[in-house]
Design a protein around this ligand. Structure first.
Ligand code: PEP
Length: 224
């Protein structure tokens, strides 16, 4: 099982240091990824894999405010998150740009956690599968270092997770197209994680809110 934390725009270098210390002291051999903001990266050894929430598909250059490969290399980051709905919706990342990020990551052999998911409107009109098909058509589903995170937008940060049955149906659909490990994300917490982890094809979870506090995150992992 993969337990991925998305810290989003939270933590300072000091608080991340504390966070990492607590995880280091308590993790054994669980497969944990932590997607931290670049401003909190530390040059240390962790018992988890440190990943980047974002990058610009370049080595370095004139891309104001962005982070390039040379900066990630400094911290030995080789795992990246691409396609999160907040970057699609709030930052306006298009399918074309996501493709450029994906291709750049593939060129560098990075592990990619690629997020897909439908809005409430699409969900309610029964168009989830068509939408996911469009999102999946943008990337190489045979890439060996690919992980796909199914994150319905209506379940993110809402405390309203998709049901285990809904997750099962969609993971079945995605699994018919790729052998990449599949994660579910969207209001996962210590109460619902056990049920979600039992869903067929579920290879783990991508957790936002419930991962921001290290003890909460550890508790959630223990509940799986
Ligand atoms: C996320 O943003 O990837 C996420 C799953 O958030 P939350 O757990 O807060 O719904």
């Amino acid at each position: 099982m993969i337990f991925a934390a998305n810290l989003k725009c939270n933590h300072t270098r000091d608080s991340f240091n504390e966070y990492a210390k607590i995880l280091n002291e308590n993790l054994k051999d669980e497969n944990v990824l932590v997607f931290a903001p670049a401003t909190t990266f530390l040059n240390e050894e962790f018992k988890f894999t440190l990943g980047a929430q974002n990058f610009y598909p370049c080595e370095s250059g004139s891309y104001t405010g962005e982070i390039g490969k040379a900066m990630l290399d400094e911290f030995n980051i080789k795992t990246v998150l691409i396609g999160h709905s907040e970057r699609r919706e709030i930052l306006g990342e298009s399918e074309e740009f996501l493709r450029a990020k994906f291709d750049f990551a593939v060129k560098n052999g990075w592990r990619v956690v690629y997020c897909i998911g439908e809005s409430l409107e699409l969900f309610e009109s029964g168009k989830t599968r068509e939408w996911l098909d469009l999102q999946l058509a943008n990337i190489d589903l045979g890439y060996k270092n690919l992980v796909i995170a199914y994150e319905p937008i209506w379940a993110i940060g809402t405390d309203k997770s998709a049901s285990a049955e809904q997750v099962g149906e969609i993971l079945e659909f995605i699994a018919s197209k790729t052998s990449a490990p599949l994660l579910y994300g969207g209001s996962v917490n210590a109460k619902n994680i056990a049920e979600i982890c039992k869903v067929k094809h579920c290879g783990g979870v991508l957790v936002g809110t419930a991962s921001w506090d290290a003890s909460n995150f550890l508790n959630l992992i223990a509940s799986c």
